[in-house]
Design a protein around this ligand. Sequence first.
Ligand code: UD2
Length: 332
Amino acid sequence: MIARTKPTNGPRILVTGAAGFIGSHTTDQLLGLGCRVMGVDDLSTGHLMNLRSATANSNFRFVRADITGPNVIEELCAGFRPDAIVHLAGLVSVVRAQEEPNLNYRLNLHATHLVAEAARLHGVRRAVFASSAAIYGDHPDLPLTESALPQPISLYGMAKRASEEVLMGYGASFGLETVCLRYFNVYGPRQDPKSPYSGVISIFAERFAAGNPVTIFGDGSQTRDFVAVEDIARANALAATRPGLSPMVCNVCTGRPRRLLTVLDVFRSLHPDAPAPQFAPARPGEIQHSLGNPERAADRLGFVANTELESGLRAFAQSLGTANSPQALATA
Ligand code: UD2
């Protein structure tokens, strides 16, 4: 039997998308800090399994609901009276957002407006929002700083950008403490590897674990700013609980460019018997390099992404249960 934790008097945080990849890790972090958390999720892409440890905590409550439904978010705010809302629910597939613009609008923009308006009506002090490096588009000036002019090249990026504006508008008009976090390439346990457009690390992790070959699009020299989900969750928790934050947008990144071939090498060292990778032409329209500047997050949020890619990948692979021992990596 799992021991239940004692109720706390910590801040009350409403997490939308709590059963998802980032939402469930964020919920775990907030509970670890002694917050009282209400998680809401319609379970369309999230899984209750992700909240297994949270549901054993007496400071956690879960509501299954679509936050874009009539009065849903308002009623949750009226009942729970959160100090902050961490708004992570959304349509995460960039490709699906492109194929279903109305769905993208409803889940990635209209939902943000509903969150902001519910916060205003019910005196919620702060809103933390899951924005994305996608708002920068294919910006040439790397590393990307928050002052770069956003140039989204997808409907997903457009909706994230517009959501930031909605929340900043509520900040300027009604004093909502808005923190928009622009996540770079997030990876880690519980990320969905099922679609070809899932994050590359989740695809690699699953294929290596199953003993299947991975495909590298291009020559593998492309670089990304890969951030472990535990770091993302910590940034979310800081953004929700740190006193005295003024409205801001902020990158959540490492500031360290890592090549796809490096990711491949780490997985191969963990799975020495895996089949050789296959190479295929680069995907059309993809960017070669993406890199964020982490200074504002350090200065204003007190956040530094401190998970090294190698140890993050190792922990991820081991969470799937099939990777070799840590020594394999040490000798790689
Ligand atoms: C994702 C998003 C993008 C933006 C960005 C945030 C998609 C389609 N794109 O793009 O909109 O949010 O993250 O920084 O969601 N790759 C392989 N083999 C595979 C899968 C991917 O070689 O099996 C390559 C892929 O061609 C790319 C790199 O790995 O060069 C990273 O791919 P990704 O889809 O994980 O992320 P990214 O940054 O291209």
